[in-house]
Ligand binder design. Sequence first.
Ligand code: ATP
Ligand code: ZN
Length: 286
Amino acid sequence: MTDILRIAIQKSGRLQEGSLQLLKETGLSFSNGKDQLKAQARNFPVEILFLRDDDIPQYVEDKVADAGIVGENVYIEKQKNNALIKRLDFSKCRLSIAIPRSDTYEGIQSLNKKNIATSYPVIVKNFLDKHNVTAGIHEISGSVEIAPGIGLADAICDIVSTGSTLLSNGLKEVQVVMQSEAVLIASPQLTETKKQILDKLLFRIDAVQSAKNNKYILLNCPNEAIEKITTLIPGMKSPTIIPLGRVGWSSLHSVVNENDFWEKIDLLKSFGAEGILVVPIEKMIA
Ligand code: ATP
Ligand code: ZN
């Protein structure tokens, strides 16, 4: 029997959609019915296990799963024998300390001798230690934000996205403890075959990620501008240049990074570029 790589993803919750989408974009075809525990990819030696995200680091340590997708916050909190393989650029959030709105905060030292409720005791402890602050930590597993209101704690440390949950509980965010995003973790002791499958998958994830960060750009320009434009948007090797029917003009095709895209568009226009089209790229392999 040939080896397969077992990848654990969240059964339901905020990581699930992004995880499924990423695996599908890497070309894996599998069915994921409701209440299903696992699914075998039809066209790749991968089996997907649907588990509670908080349990995934332990399953990877126990080798029930070979790899998994979890929030970086969970990876750090659990301190299991997992290797962080890759940050995945979705489910971005931050773990922050919040206190009652009427309380004052004058820096981390304000937390001295306070009680902090959290589902992330390890992360909070490390953070406080790093800043030489001594505080009590109350581990609770859900609805952390109600703790100050019921007199259980003076502060909380929890995931914040919009802040509206904090607001409705009379709290304010005062301190970011860590930024998090979905990460791919794996057992540090994979067999050679499993490692090869993981490498293939990583290659595909890279192609999907580069494609997301780049756009395909097509424009018309006077021939005199080709050199300047090529310096600005060199693309992967060099732009493709096709003569236009109109004498003295060319169509130039290249790739541009999403981040400096708007800035470059302005320059391109100033160089005489016209009819600029920018289209998404599905996969990009350098
Ligand atoms: P449970 O497992 O008990 O259902 P949970 O908080 O672990 O609760 P989710 O709310 O699905 O489960 O969150 C899973 C992960 O998604 C978190 O560990 C975090 O990394 C990330 N996450 C949480 N909230 C957000 C958010 N609002 N935006 C983006 N990512 C988030
Ligand atoms: Zn969870």
